[in-house]
Each structure stands twice: as structure tokens, then as C-alpha cells.
Design a protein around this ligand. Structure first.
Ligand SMILES: Cc1ncc(COP(=O)(O)O)c(C=O)c1O
Length: 445
């Protein structure tokens, strides 16, 4: 009889499954790696006929090409062998000097020494998680929160616990209650992860008073604050309050990035860490990538020296503001019965659907109607967000945004019609409640 444990060549058969012969070999933490909803969407949403209000891609075409090209050429001509070589695990000095200047705009005083350059702020998030999170640890985060951070925390087998947010940002009372509850349950809370400015995905900004209160609570409970701030300089009407890091240099790790104010293709971000932590951060960085790209760092430093980058950021601000206004006007015109946030910067609007609609279930229908969005469920680690969607206004033109919102309104209308048709005939319920834009979405209240 045939031996089923060996291959026809007589080698032992691997014990995985049909799709993946290595299935049983993975480390337990690999179970936390799953394709995010945003990622799965990119394939469909990138078809040219689909208006994508889904991704968070900055509009890099607005950059002055000739200066970017000029910076590339100058770096290669004058410093080619250095640019193409390995570099310091902490990052080049010239870029760190520029980063200090950028962070000073948000009230941060720091030294070069405590700054670590990373491959985008995404990698900085990964390093922080690697340094601080053991399986079962808790990370506190806003409800909703950035999908890429949730994925990182999950991959280190930590649990993210979400806390209520309103139009002034994270609610301090909710933070305190959550800490009390989890502490009573014997849980170990390691980090508070917050995006205080023009938050991804809600667009909400934390007020100055809340920043001080949140910091105070975290200090009292020995919780390290991770302040993730890629959008801070992209404000519309008024600058965001000073960074949380400007209030405390020992209790906050601040993460920044050139991805939104310059271009994500360079993959350069940074972490500003308390002095006691930064050595470990550099070691973790070296262990992960040896050194961040010297080439990218030199080109960015050259660009920042050659270009009036503050004016360039003003250009981005004007562009994104116009797109946000196009989106809010279109929502008011086509979906006036829903509610949404009105961000003062950044890339995103958070929309509250009627409670009987499921944003994830509705997505295939939306894509069929040639509009894509990100379902709210992507931004929760606890199953929340079913009745929300994130709309991004950063990439499509105002005309496309208007077209996309019109298509979205057709989809929402179609779903509600269906529910009305079947109301009372089964388990489907149609709640005819009307909500206005003057109130923030319900799960932000
Ligand atoms: C809140 C937030 N943090 C971090 C990142 C990662 O940015 P990057 O790695 O390009 O710096 C993003 C990207 O969208 C983001 O929205």
C-alpha cells in the first residue's frame, strides 16, 4: 500500500495544507498578519473607471518636479559614493537637523541625539512595538484608529483597546475609565497610541486642553505615549495645537514622516524618543534594516535646502482644502441625511451611515457602481465601525470627488430602498431616523 507520509520521491511529506505546505511552521505571531481591508481594496480601486475615495495617497504630482530632479542629480554628482553606501543606523546628521527645524514648528525642542531616522513612520511604529509589546499587552488607541498601527500591534500579539473620541479628540474620562477597568482586570497597559492631528481615519484634532489632560493621565499611570503625527503641517484654517511631545520629553515617543508633506516614495520617517529609549531604538533599527536609505535622506536634505518647502506645504494645504470642500459640499448635496466630520486638515472625512447599513457588506455594490471607500471596520480591532466609512479627498480631483460622492449616494439610496422594500417581511429593520451634519458621527460622540 502507498505510504501517504512520503512524496513519490520518497521524501517526507510536509504537514501543511494544500495552499501552504509550511502552514504549521509559522510563529504564533504570524497569525496576526492579515491583509488589511485597505490593501485588498487597492487592486479593485485602482481601475481607472473607479473613483477611489479609499486610499490615503498624497497628491505627489503637485511637487515641483524640476527641484526633485535637481536634488537627485546634485546628490549623485556631488556625493554619489556616499549616497549609494550603507550609513548610520540613526540617520544622517543633515536630515536630522532639518527634522529638528520641522518639529520646532509644532513647539518641539529636541537634540539630534534623540532622533532616529526610519523607513517611513510605519517602520518606527514597528520598532516601538517590537521594543515594548509582549503577547497579551494592551495598547490604548482612539476609536477609530490607523489601520497600519493596528496591524503592527496585532503582529506583536498585543491587544488594542479603543476609547471614545469626540470632536475635541480622545475623551480623557474614557481614557481614565479604560485604564481603571483594565488595571482591575490585571491587564498590562504599555502604550497609548494617538494621532492627535487630523486623525486617520476620523479627521478629528485633539484640543490643547485635552493634550495636557491625556498626558497627565498617562504619566500618573506610567503609560508611554506614542504620538503619531504625519499630517500635522497640513492644516486648512488654523495650525493644530503644539505637539504633545512639546509638553513632555520623557513620556512621549513622537513619530514624524516626510510621506505626506513631501513624498512617500522616499520612505523616510523618524522617531523622537526619550533619551533613555533612543539607544534601544537605534539598536532595533540596525537590527531591522542596518541603516535607513542614505540616498533618500541626502536627496530630501538637498531638496529642503534648495526649495522653499514651507511654500510647497502651503500649496499642498490649498489643494487638500479645496478637495475637502468639494467633498463636504457634495455630501451636503447628495447625502444630506447623513453626518460626517469636518476636518481642519489632513486627508480624511469620517461618515456615519444609518445604523441599518453595513459599510463592509455594501462595498462590492459600491465598486460595481464605480466608487470605492474604506469600510469603518478596518479602523477597529474589536469589530466596531460597521456603520462608518472613511472617505479620503487627498488624491482625486474635486470633479472626481463630486462624481464619487454622487455614486456613493446612489449606493446608499439603493441599499435603503431595499431595506424599505423588505421592512417588516423578515429580520431586516429600517430605522427612518434622520441625522444632520451639525452633530458629529455617533461613534465619535
Ligand atoms: C497615522 C499614520 N501613521 C503612519 C503612517 C505611515 O506613514 P509612512 O510610513 O509613509 O511614514 C500613515 C500612513 O498613511 C498614517 O496615516
Amino acid at each position: 500500500m502507498e505510504d501517504e507520509t512520503v512524496t513519490p520521491e520518497g521524501l517526507p511529506k510536509r504537514t501543511g495544507n494544500n495552499l501552504d505546505p509550511w502552514y504549521h511552521h509559522y510563529a504564533a505571531r504570524a497569525a496576526g498578519l492579515s491583509a488589511s481591508e485597505v490593501r485588498a481594496l487597492f487592486a479593485v480601486a485602482s481601475r481607472p473607471e473607479v473613483v477611489s475615495l479609499a486610499g490615503g495617497m498624497p497628491f505627489v504630482s503637485a511637487l515641483p518636479d524640476e527641484f526633485v530632479m535637481g536634488s537627485l542629480e546634485r546628490v549623485m554628482r556631488e556625493r554619489g559614493p556616499v549616497a549609494l553606501q550603507y550609513g548610520s543606523g540613526q540617520g544622517t546628521e543633515s536630515i536630522r537637523e532639518h527634522i529638528l527645524e520641522i518639529m520646532a514648528i509644532e513647539g518641539i525642542e529636541a537634540t539630534l541625539d534623540n532622533l532616529v531616522v526610519t523607513t517611513g513612520s510605519q517602520q518606527a511604529l514597528d520598532l516601538v512595538a517590537k521594543l515594548f509589546l509582549d503577547p497579551g499587552d494592551v495598547v490604548l488607541a482612539e476609536a477609530p484608529s490607523y489601520v497600519g498601527a493596528l496591524g503592527v500591534f496585532r503582529s506583536y500579539e498585543a491587544e488594542t483597546v479603543h476609547m471614545a473620541v469626540d470632536e475635541h479628540g480622545l475623551v480623557p474620562a474614557a481614557l481614565q475609565e479604560t485604564i481603571d477597568r483594565l488595571t482591575a482586570e490585571g491587564r498590562r497597559i504599555k502604550l497609548l497610541y494617538t494621532i492627535p492631528n487630523f486623525q486617520n481615519p476620523s479627521g478629528v484634532t485633539m484640543s490643547a486642553e485635552r493634550r495636557a489632560e491625556v498626558l497627565q493621565i498617562c504619566r500618573a499611570n506610567e503609560i508611554l505615549v506614542v504620538e503619531d503625527n504625519p499630517y500635522g503641517l497640513l492644516w486648512f484654517d488654523r495650525p493644530a495645537p503644539d505637539a504633545i511631545r512639546s509638553l513632555d520629553e520623557d513620556g512621549v515617543i513622537y513619530l514624524g514622516s516626510f510621506s505626506k508633506t513631501l513624498a512617500p516614495g522616499f520612505r523616510v520617517g523618524w522617531a523622537l524618543a526619550p533619551h533613555a529609549i533612543r539607544e534601544k531604538l537605534i539598536l532595533a533599527n540596525e537590527s531591522a534594516i542596518l541603516s535607513p536609505s542614505v540616498f533618500s535622506q541626502l536627496v530630501i536634505a538637498e531638496y529642503l535646502e534648495q526649495v522653499d518647502w514651507r511654500t510647497q506645504i502651503d500649496t499642498f494645504r490649498g489643494l487638500y482644502r479645496e478637495r475637502k470642500e468639494a467633498m463636504l459640499e457634495a455630501l451636503e448635496d447628495h447625502l444630506p441625511e447623513l453626518s460626517w466630520t469636518n476636518p481642519n486638515g489632513g486627508f480624511f472625512v469620517w461618515l456615519d451611515l444609518p445604523p441599518e447599513l453595513d459599510s463592509k457588506a455594501m462595498l462590492p455594490r459600491a465598486v460595481r457602481e464605480l466608487v470605492a471607500y474604506t469600510p469603518g471596520t478596518a479602523f477597529f480591532d474589536d469589530g466596531g465601525g460597521r456603520h462608518n466609512i472613511r472617505l479620503s479627498f487627498c488624491y482625486p480631483t474635486p470633479e472626481s470627488i463630486r462624481l464619487g460622492v454622487r455614486r456613493l449616494a446612489n449606493v446608499v439610496g439603493g441599499e435603503l430602498d431595499l431595506l424599505t422594500t423588505f421592512a417588516g417581511t423578515g429580520s431586516l429593520q429600517f430605522d427612518d431616523r434622520v441625522r444632520r451634519t451639525s452633530t458629529p458621527p455617533s461613534n465619535l460622540a
